[in-house]
Design a protein around this ligand. Sequence first.
Ligand code: CP
Ligand code: NVA
Length: 298
Amino acid sequence: MSTRHFLTLLDFSPAELRGLIDRAIALKALHHRGERHTPLSGRTLAMVFEKASTRTRVSFEAGMAQLGGHALFLSPQDTQLGRGESIEDTARVLSRMADAVMIRNHSQTLLERFAAFSGAPVINGLTDRFHPCQLLADIQTFVEMRGDIKNRRVAWIGDGNNVCQSFIHASLQFDFDLAICTPPGYEPDTAVLSAAPRAQLADTPAGAAENADLVVTDVWASMGDEDQSQRMQDFQSFQVNQALMKLARPDALFMHCLPAHRGEEVSAEVMDGPQSVVWDEAENRMHAQKALLEFLLT
Ligand code: CP
Ligand code: NVA
């Protein structure tokens, strides 16, 4: 069988994704009970980071350690990648030594090129287009707090960015409605959107948030977006604040992949308020990715 990769949520079937969420919840319970579970003893995850990270790096590194394995942090500056060794050659070499490779880089296309030459599973740790690991944690968090996400209503307010586009994939794979409201010119990719019938653009943030079970946002300027000051103007009326949350269902949750900017995309009141589940969401990165690593490597 050919090597399985996790480059977007569409690489796994809906049943496989649901299985990962159930397994993540079980692994979390095991971890919180203090029970050791080390199926990846002697296995290595190579992690290539072209962009900064707190959660992704720590969750994969701690997760591999808990599973009995080892994670290796590689930055382009310290490897031959930064001196021009090709993606294809790097993929062939890394995958002969490591059992899996996680990559965070600027380009989904480069990630795909890497995967095409890797004999080991490749995991997308965020690109310009998608952040599928984030969605595993987000769905796990919703399921833990509110049960099945099927047929629920999710509102995305803000930039039509990598996390938004993975939410669009999630609406297809987990079968929920997704209302997206972005400033003009910041919409998600048309091809990504049109392949997911339950994801629709809304005209106003209020229209998107109305009756939502979950309200989600992300930074106004992602890593690599240089046009910051124009963005600050364009996104002014796209803050998730208490007034917007009031339009959602009374038991609606608030999520943000983090890092967050209080006073920009989210008010401090919402970020630190009772509907916010951002810390559970961050913790679940580790549990969800442990389930993913176990799935890919055992
Ligand atoms: N949410 C997320 O991916 O965070 P980091 O950039 O800190 O990894
Ligand atoms: N959209 C953000 C997510 C960070 C985890 C970025 O790409 O910078």
